[in-house]
Write a protein that binds this ligand. Structure first.
Ligand code: AMP
Ligand code: ZN
Length: 431
């Protein structure tokens, strides 16, 4: 096997030459094969031939989340369906999910960047990888799975849920690597403590935590309670899924797999690049994607670029922790939730009024989302049981549309405070 990680230590000038050549090819491919890019590049007056350096990136048009919705489901594909071997999806801003697709070549890229990610934590053939990311349309589960197999680890495709089974696998199968969201990691740590299983009874040594925002405080808790090194991993379905970036053991920012995904951090108002260390919106251009090349995709995630050399010797640039978003997306138990999606679901339930408030709390390790929504007066007059029954209907509908379990409290009309001006729809009480 060739050394997948050689590229991670390339001199910057050499890496940039590779990036420019790939960018030129990617732009040509997008212009030729994707009508949206054909139009947009023509509008911007740019052709692949104009790309001479990374500085020319700024002339390329942006791509945004709503482009997925407007071309739903497969309008951004650059290949015929015969070449697609995998389809995933994540939440969109309304009922329609963001659909992404992969060719065989894309699957190879994905498993390569995920293998490289796992190697950042020294994962290899002698490891047992407990993969508690969700399997399914979400990219987390299968992304880690393929990377784990590629490095030769023994992958346990346990997915999320069924706590007793999680504890059994962690202990009895001798798991050395834990992969899950940070909140689920803390939840598992608590469950282990409750079951009287100490970290020394386990063989865990490293964990890869991502898919939702978390803090240094949570890292300290995960490392202490599980006796592991906890690494931050960031990715998004649109770009490939997990594998876009991950920390090395220096834990000073996440190295970006820049040979495949070109990052920019831009001022969200002016769209000009911000200097290293200054917070801006993270934007990615794919360099090698076959099925769905994306030019300057605005992630809406806020972070910084870290450009100084890393002590680990990798030359790949780094991004800091994700500190927020430029839109209203919430992440609840690893699932992306837009308030507009909840509204979309609520509007499909007769007898509800479109007045609602989303209340987020974190009692133990896991988030709870409570939806408070008003009923029509006829239901309120029918009494408490009628309200509760309506709540159950709304809960099912939200699960169907958004894929997340919430608590629904149906309240009488006019009991949710009206705001003057922009409606206050979210009350985030998580610490
Ligand atoms: P998805 O496409 O469903 O995997 O969701 C991707 C989104 O999850 C990103 O745009 C981020 O908002 C969030 N996300 C993923 N990894 C992290 C992380 N390590 N820290 C903070 N947010 C993350
Ligand atoms: Zn490093």
């Amino acid at each position: 096997m060739t050394d997948l990680t050689l590229v991670e230590r390339m001199p910057r000038a050499e890496l940039e030459r590779l990036q420019v050549a790939r960018l030129r090819r990617q732009v040509a491919r997008a212009a030729e094969r994707v009508p949206l890019y054909h139009e947009r590049l023509r509008g911007a007056g740019v052709t692949a031939g104009d790309i001479q350096s990374l500085g020319d990136l700024r002339h390329l048009p942006f791509t945004v989340k709503s482009d997925f919705r407007d071309t739903y489901p497969f309008g951004l594909l650059a290949v015929p369906m015969e070449e697609i071997v995998r389809i995933h999806a994540s939440s969109g801003t309304t009922g329609k999910p963001t659909v992404v697709a992969y060719t065989r070549g894309d699957m190879d890229t994905w498993s390569e960047v995920m293998a490289r990610t796992l190697m950042l934590g020294g994962v290899g053939r002698s490891d047992v990888l407990h993969n508690a990311y969700g399997y399914g349309l979400f990219t987390g589960g299968l992304g880690f799975h393929d990377g784990g197999e590629r490095v030769g680890a023994a992958v346990i495709p346990i997915s999320g849920g069924f706590t007793d089974r999680q504890l059994m696998a962690l202990r009895d199968f001798g798991s050395t690597v834990l992969c899950c969201t940070p909140s689920y990691g803390l939840y598992l740590a608590e469950a282990l403590e409750e079951a009287g299983i100490a970290p020394k009874d386990l063989r865990l040594r490293v964990g890869f935590f991502g898919a939702e925002p978390w803090t240094e405080g949570m890292r300290d808790a995960l490392e202490a309670r599980l006796n592991i090194v906890a690494l931050n991993i960031y990715g998004l379905s649109e770009i490939i899924g997990p594998g876009v970036s991950c920390e090395c053991p220096e834990k000073q920012g996440m190295h970006v797999a820049e040979d495949h995904f070109l990052p920019e951090v831009l001022d969200p108002q002016t769209f000009e690049p911000v200097p290293p260390g200054v917070t801006g919106e993270l934007v990615f251009t794919t360099l090698t994607k076959e099925a769905m090349p994306l030019l300057r995709y605005r992630t809406r995630d806020l972070t910084t670029l870290v450009t100084e050399p890393c002590r680990c010797g990798r030359t790949l640039t780094r991004i800091g922790r994700i500190t927020g978003r430029t839109d209203d997306m919430l992440i609840v138990r690893g699932v992306n939730v837009y308030p507009s999606q909840i509204e979309h679901a609520l509007l499909q339930v007769p007898d509800l009024e479109p007045h609602y408030l989303l209340v987020l709390t974190r009692e133990t390790a896991l988030d709870t989302l409570e939806v408070r929504v008003e009923a029509r007066s006829s239901v309120a007059e029918a009494g408490k049981e009628a309200l509760a029954a309506l709540g159950a209907v709304a809960k099912r509908k939200i699960y169907e549309v958004v894929g997340v379990t919430v608590e629904v409290t149906v309240v009488p009309p006019r009991s949710i405070e009206r705001s003057v001006g922009k409606a206050q729809r979210v009350l985030d009480l998580r610490k």
